[in-house]
Design a protein around this ligand. Sequence first.
Ligand SMILES: [Zn+2]
Length: 119
Amino acid sequence: MSEETTEANTQDEANIEELDRYECRACGYVYEPNKGSSTGKIPPGTAFSDLPSVWRCPVCGASKAQFMNVGPIEGPSGFKENLGYGLGVNTLTPSQKNILIFGGLALGFLFFLSLYGLR
Ligand SMILES: [Zn+2]
C-alpha cells in the first residue's frame, strides 16, 4: 500500500500530523518521514521522534540533536518548486540586465565626457 496524496489529506491517521521534516543544521540534509532513510534502514512513515537515538545524519553523521524541525512536507516542497521555476526565468534576465547597466553606464560616461569637454 502506498499513499500518494498525503498533502492536505489528514483524515487517515492521527500520526500524520507528527510527520514534520527535520533539517540537519550541519549540512542541510532534510529527513523526510514519508520517505524514511534508506541508509539508516528507516522505513517510510517513521516520524523523526521515533528514530533511534543512535540515528545519525546519513550525509555528515551529525546526531539527532543537530536537527531542527522545518515543518510538514507540503509547504516547503511547493516553495522549492517555485524557487526552481524562478531560477529558470531568472537565467534570461542577467544578460539583458548587463546590457542595460553597461549601456546606461556608457551613456552616462559619454554624457559626462561631453559636459567636461564643453567647459
Ligand atoms: Zn548532516
